[in-house]
Design a protein around this ligand. Structure first.
Ligand code: SF4
Length: 365
């Protein structure tokens, strides 16, 4: 496409053409290109969406994957993540409760699948799970899978210790989520009770345990364009299979309460940057979409190929029926349970043996 460009072509058009060509070859933007994309003007936003949308259609067609969060344990967290309504000393008024039963989690998962969700995300507040917590979550995975054998289970329990990811995988979890959230340079301003390196370590532990790594971001926390690009490129290094993009929900009673730094156009530029950085990876529209994108949410679905349905951890989302109507109105379709989300090229060529000796399944012979 670049060969048709001339010196008369506007710089934004040249940039988008280059990003499109690279993404179709699964090559990420350079740092300079990423910064230039974030610096494009609001008047160019439809061109940005169209270019990112072309990549989305190339790798994911018109499909939208739906995911639903099940908050297994809410509030009461000893960590101090500034953005979080469940943090130490939070006065957000968010629900506080200890572990819900496996049956209650399975009930929610059943409703999620009935509403179109392909993945349920089992989430618990806290620094990280104890061995007893892992046993509880194993029982919960069993209960969910007994009723919904085809649903993808992702688990998000904080920092993992050695062997815990393997226990979750053996119980039937497909994925583990642990977001990097922001850049390494900004991390200490956001959280002091654990480090960026701790977060990276957990993503790598999950990956090493054979879980599909899910790791994303939150924007609207005072980050600069450089922070956004640093984060995008760091996440790319970690090679996640899914990347949730959150926009800060500024809960009153938390340090970031009252922070409204985003516009719908900035959210779209950020999403486009992540689409170009992760052309064939699941880019998921996550928390805060309703309050920051507002009436431009359908445009975001032409960039992201996945979204959360229903409520978030501690705040209420748009009604599920409105989400489904929005998807249909945008000319998109809900991804079915029998459809592979990621393109073939994203799937590992090396498959760890899970049948034959040492398992409950017959050998491949
Ligand atoms: S993000 Fe997680 S670890 Fe941080 S305060 Fe909230 S629940 Fe705790």
């Amino acid at each position: 496409m670049l060969r048709f460009m001339t010196n008369q072509t506007p710089p934004t058009a040249q940039l988008l053409a280059a990003l499109t060509d690279q993404s179709l070859r699964r090559e990420p933007p350079t740092r300079e290109q990423a910064l230039a994309l974030l610096a494009t003007g609001d008047e160019d936003i439809l061109d940005v969406v169209a270019a990112a949308g072309r990549i989305r259609r190339e790798f994911f067609g018109r499909r939208v994957k739906l995911n639903l969060i099940v908050n297994l344990k809410s509030g009461l967290c000893p960590e101090d993540c500034s953005y979080c309504s469940q943090r130490l000393g939070s006065a957000s008024g968010a629900l506080k409760y200890s572990w819900i039963s496996p049956a209650a989690a399975a009930d929610t998962a059943e409703r999620a699948v009935a509403g179109g969700a392909k993945r349920v995300c089992l989430v618990a507040s806290g620094r990280g799970p104890s061995e007893k917590d892992i046993t509880r979550v194993v029982d919960t995975i069993d209960a969910v899978k007994a009723r919904q054998p085809d649903v993808e289970v992702c688990v998000c329990l904080g920092l993992l210790k050695a062997g815990q990811g393997e226990r979750l995988r053996d119980a039937g979890a497909l994925a583990y989520n642990h977001n990097l959230n922001t850049s390494e340079g900004q991390y200490e301003a956001i959280c002091t009770t654990h480090t960026y390196a701790d977060r990276v370590d957990t993503v790598q532990r999950a990956q090493g345990a054979g879980l599909s790594p899910c790791s994303g971001a939150i924007f609207g926390m005072g980050e600069s364009d450089v922070d956004i690009v640093d984060l995008a490129l760091r996440l790319r290094d970690l090679d996640p299979d899914s990347v949730p993009i959150n926009f800060l929900i500024p809960f009153e009673g938390t340090p970031l309460g009252g922070q409204w730094q985003l516009t719908p156009q900035r959210c779209l530029r950020i999403l486009a940057l992540f689409r170009f950085t992760f052309p064939d990876v699941e880019v998921r529209l996550a928390g805060g979409r309703e309050i920051h994108l507002r009436t431009l949410q359908p445009l975001a679905l032409h960039i992201a190929n996945s979204m959360f349905l229903g409520d978030y951890l501690t705040s209420e989302g748009q009604p599920g029926a409105a989400d489904l109507a929005m998807i249909a109105d945008a000319g998109l379709v809900v991804e079915g349970a029998d459809t592979q989300t990621l393109p073939d090229a994203r799937h590992d060529l090396v498959v760890l043996r899970r049948r034959g000796p040492g398992t409950h399944l017959p050998a491949n012979a």
